[in-house]
Design a binder for this molecule. Structure first.
Ligand SMILES: CC(C)(COP(=O)(O)OP(=O)(O)OC[C@H]1O[C@@H](n2cnc3c(N)ncnc32)[C@H](O)[C@@H]1OP(=O)(O)O)[C@@H](O)C(=O)NCCC(=O)NCCS
Length: 156
Protein backbone atom coordinates (compact mmCIF):
# COMPACT_ATOMS: atom_id res chain seq x y z
CA UNK A 1 0.00 0.00 0.00
CA UNK A 2 1.58 3.37 -0.98
CA UNK A 3 1.87 5.90 1.86
CA UNK A 4 -1.01 8.39 1.77
CA UNK A 5 -0.28 11.94 0.64
CA UNK A 6 -0.05 14.62 3.28
CA UNK A 7 -3.41 15.00 4.88
CA UNK A 8 -5.13 16.08 8.07
CA UNK A 9 -8.25 14.71 9.68
CA UNK A 10 -10.23 17.54 11.26
CA UNK A 11 -13.72 18.46 12.40
CA UNK A 12 -16.06 19.49 9.59
CA UNK A 13 -17.23 23.09 9.34
CA UNK A 14 -20.26 24.58 7.61
CA UNK A 15 -17.93 25.83 4.87
CA UNK A 16 -17.19 22.14 4.02
CA UNK A 17 -20.83 21.46 3.10
CA UNK A 18 -20.46 21.77 -0.67
CA UNK A 19 -17.34 19.61 -0.74
CA UNK A 20 -18.97 16.93 1.42
CA UNK A 21 -22.01 16.83 -0.88
CA UNK A 22 -19.69 16.51 -3.88
CA UNK A 23 -17.93 13.58 -2.17
CA UNK A 24 -21.27 11.89 -1.58
CA UNK A 25 -22.13 12.18 -5.26
CA UNK A 26 -18.73 10.87 -6.28
CA UNK A 27 -18.81 7.92 -3.86
CA UNK A 28 -22.38 6.63 -4.13
CA UNK A 29 -24.15 5.65 -7.31
CA UNK A 30 -27.76 6.02 -6.25
CA UNK A 31 -29.24 9.38 -5.21
CA UNK A 32 -31.14 7.58 -2.42
CA UNK A 33 -27.81 6.79 -0.77
CA UNK A 34 -26.56 10.38 -0.70
CA UNK A 35 -26.77 12.60 2.31
CA UNK A 36 -28.41 15.87 1.35
CA UNK A 37 -27.40 19.40 2.34
CA UNK A 38 -29.88 19.64 5.19
CA UNK A 39 -28.84 16.31 6.68
CA UNK A 40 -25.13 17.18 6.58
CA UNK A 41 -25.74 20.69 7.97
CA UNK A 42 -27.76 19.20 10.82
CA UNK A 43 -25.04 16.68 11.58
CA UNK A 44 -22.37 19.40 11.69
CA UNK A 45 -24.47 21.38 14.15
CA UNK A 46 -25.44 18.40 16.30
CA UNK A 47 -23.53 18.17 19.60
CA UNK A 48 -24.16 14.41 19.67
CA UNK A 49 -22.47 13.96 16.29
CA UNK A 50 -18.84 13.88 15.31
CA UNK A 51 -18.31 14.92 11.69
CA UNK A 52 -14.77 14.59 10.37
CA UNK A 53 -13.19 15.38 7.02
CA UNK A 54 -9.87 14.41 5.49
CA UNK A 55 -8.22 17.55 4.17
CA UNK A 56 -5.70 16.92 1.40
CA UNK A 57 -4.31 20.18 0.08
CA UNK A 58 -7.27 22.29 -1.02
CA UNK A 59 -9.56 19.31 -1.40
CA UNK A 60 -11.45 16.93 0.83
CA UNK A 61 -10.41 13.31 0.31
CA UNK A 62 -13.11 11.91 2.57
CA UNK A 63 -15.62 12.44 5.30
CA UNK A 64 -17.34 10.47 8.01
CA UNK A 65 -19.82 10.95 10.80
CA UNK A 66 -20.91 9.24 13.98
CA UNK A 67 -23.76 9.80 16.41
CA UNK A 68 -24.21 9.14 20.11
CA UNK A 69 -27.66 8.02 21.19
CA UNK A 70 -28.93 8.18 24.74
CA UNK A 71 -31.35 5.51 25.84
CA UNK A 72 -32.76 5.22 29.35
CA UNK A 73 -29.99 2.95 30.57
CA UNK A 74 -26.96 3.61 28.40
CA UNK A 75 -25.27 5.39 25.54
CA UNK A 76 -24.96 3.74 22.19
CA UNK A 77 -23.10 4.85 19.10
CA UNK A 78 -23.65 4.63 15.38
CA UNK A 79 -21.19 5.24 12.61
CA UNK A 80 -23.42 7.11 10.26
CA UNK A 81 -21.30 7.98 7.22
CA UNK A 82 -17.94 7.06 5.71
CA UNK A 83 -16.65 7.89 2.24
CA UNK A 84 -13.23 8.32 0.65
CA UNK A 85 -12.89 9.77 -2.83
CA UNK A 86 -12.09 7.15 -5.48
CA UNK A 87 -8.74 8.79 -6.29
CA UNK A 88 -7.60 8.44 -2.68
CA UNK A 89 -8.70 4.89 -1.82
CA UNK A 90 -6.44 2.01 -0.91
CA UNK A 91 -4.06 4.18 1.14
CA UNK A 92 -5.45 3.43 4.58
CA UNK A 93 -7.45 6.66 4.82
CA UNK A 94 -10.83 4.99 5.22
CA UNK A 95 -9.49 2.78 7.98
CA UNK A 96 -7.91 5.74 9.78
CA UNK A 97 -11.06 7.86 9.55
CA UNK A 98 -13.29 5.00 10.67
CA UNK A 99 -10.98 4.18 13.59
CA UNK A 100 -11.13 7.85 14.69
CA UNK A 101 -14.94 7.82 14.64
CA UNK A 102 -15.13 4.60 16.65
CA UNK A 103 -12.51 5.76 19.17
CA UNK A 104 -14.54 8.93 19.75
CA UNK A 105 -17.72 6.91 20.40
CA UNK A 106 -15.86 4.74 22.87
CA UNK A 107 -14.47 7.82 24.63
CA UNK A 108 -17.99 9.20 24.89
CA UNK A 109 -18.93 6.04 26.78
CA UNK A 110 -20.76 4.05 24.10
CA UNK A 111 -20.65 0.35 24.88
CA UNK A 112 -22.74 -0.65 21.88
CA UNK A 113 -21.62 0.64 18.47
CA UNK A 114 -23.33 -0.26 15.22
CA UNK A 115 -23.62 0.75 11.57
CA UNK A 116 -25.51 -0.18 8.42
CA UNK A 117 -23.83 -1.11 5.16
CA UNK A 118 -25.09 -2.31 1.77
CA UNK A 119 -24.89 -6.10 1.79
CA UNK A 120 -23.00 -6.05 -1.55
CA UNK A 121 -20.42 -3.48 -0.39
CA UNK A 122 -17.56 -5.94 0.04
CA UNK A 123 -14.93 -3.21 0.45
CA UNK A 124 -16.62 -1.46 3.34
CA UNK A 125 -17.65 -4.73 5.00
CA UNK A 126 -14.01 -5.90 4.79
CA UNK A 127 -12.83 -2.68 6.41
CA UNK A 128 -15.39 -2.90 9.22
CA UNK A 129 -14.53 -6.53 9.92
CA UNK A 130 -10.85 -5.62 10.18
CA UNK A 131 -11.75 -3.12 12.88
CA UNK A 132 -13.71 -5.59 14.97
CA UNK A 133 -17.25 -5.36 13.60
CA UNK A 134 -19.37 -8.34 12.64
CA UNK A 135 -22.62 -8.77 10.76
CA UNK A 136 -25.48 -8.98 13.25
CA UNK A 137 -28.66 -8.85 11.19
CA UNK A 138 -29.69 -8.58 7.54
CA UNK A 139 -32.04 -5.64 6.93
CA UNK A 140 -34.04 -6.45 3.79
CA UNK A 141 -34.71 -3.57 1.36
CA UNK A 142 -33.06 -1.10 3.75
CA UNK A 143 -31.76 1.12 0.94
CA UNK A 144 -34.72 0.51 -1.40
CA UNK A 145 -36.32 -2.49 -3.13
CA UNK A 146 -33.74 -5.26 -3.46
CA UNK A 147 -31.03 -3.16 -1.77
CA UNK A 148 -30.37 -4.97 1.46
CA UNK A 149 -28.12 -3.89 4.32
CA UNK A 150 -26.18 -5.59 7.03
CA UNK A 151 -26.41 -4.18 10.49
CA UNK A 152 -22.90 -4.62 11.87
CA UNK A 153 -21.90 -4.30 15.51
CA UNK A 154 -18.59 -3.83 17.23
CA UNK A 155 -17.71 -6.94 19.16
CA UNK A 156 -16.52 -6.03 22.66
C1 LIG B 1 -15.15 1.89 2.00
C2 LIG B 1 -14.12 3.01 1.78
C3 LIG B 1 -14.43 4.14 2.76
C4 LIG B 1 -12.72 2.45 2.06
O1 LIG B 1 -11.81 3.52 1.98
P1 LIG B 1 -10.26 3.29 1.66
O2 LIG B 1 -9.54 4.54 2.05
O3 LIG B 1 -10.08 2.80 0.30
O4 LIG B 1 -9.94 2.11 2.69
P2 LIG B 1 -8.52 1.71 3.25
O5 LIG B 1 -7.48 1.98 2.23
O6 LIG B 1 -8.34 2.35 4.59
O7 LIG B 1 -8.68 0.16 3.44
C5 LIG B 1 -9.05 -0.36 4.69
C6 LIG B 1 -9.19 -1.86 4.63
O8 LIG B 1 -10.39 -2.21 3.97
C7 LIG B 1 -10.14 -3.19 3.01
N1 LIG B 1 -10.74 -2.77 1.74
C8 LIG B 1 -10.86 -1.51 1.27
N2 LIG B 1 -11.47 -1.52 0.06
C9 LIG B 1 -11.71 -2.82 -0.23
C10 LIG B 1 -12.32 -3.48 -1.31
N3 LIG B 1 -12.82 -2.82 -2.36
N4 LIG B 1 -12.43 -4.84 -1.25
C11 LIG B 1 -11.96 -5.54 -0.16
N5 LIG B 1 -11.37 -4.94 0.89
C12 LIG B 1 -11.25 -3.63 0.87
C13 LIG B 1 -8.67 -3.32 2.79
O9 LIG B 1 -8.32 -4.68 2.88
C14 LIG B 1 -8.03 -2.48 3.87
O10 LIG B 1 -7.38 -3.28 4.80
P3 LIG B 1 -5.76 -3.29 4.88
O11 LIG B 1 -5.35 -1.87 5.13
O12 LIG B 1 -5.47 -4.18 6.03
O13 LIG B 1 -5.33 -3.81 3.54
C15 LIG B 1 -14.13 3.51 0.31
O14 LIG B 1 -13.96 2.43 -0.55
C16 LIG B 1 -15.39 4.27 -0.08
O15 LIG B 1 -15.54 5.46 0.20
N6 LIG B 1 -16.32 3.59 -0.76
C17 LIG B 1 -17.54 4.24 -1.26
C18 LIG B 1 -18.41 4.73 -0.14
C19 LIG B 1 -18.80 3.61 0.77
O16 LIG B 1 -19.12 2.51 0.34
N7 LIG B 1 -18.82 3.91 2.09
C20 LIG B 1 -19.23 2.98 3.10
C21 LIG B 1 -20.68 3.12 3.29
S1 LIG B 1 -21.27 2.11 4.64
Amino acid sequence: MPPPKRHAIRAARNTDLAAILALERACFVRPGEWFNRRQVARLIGNPRAQVLVIQMGKHLAGWGASLVRQSRESLSGRVYALAVHGDCRGQGLGKKLFARLVAHLRRRGCRYICLEVRSDNAGAIGLYRKLGFAEEKLLPDYYGPGLHAWKMVLLA
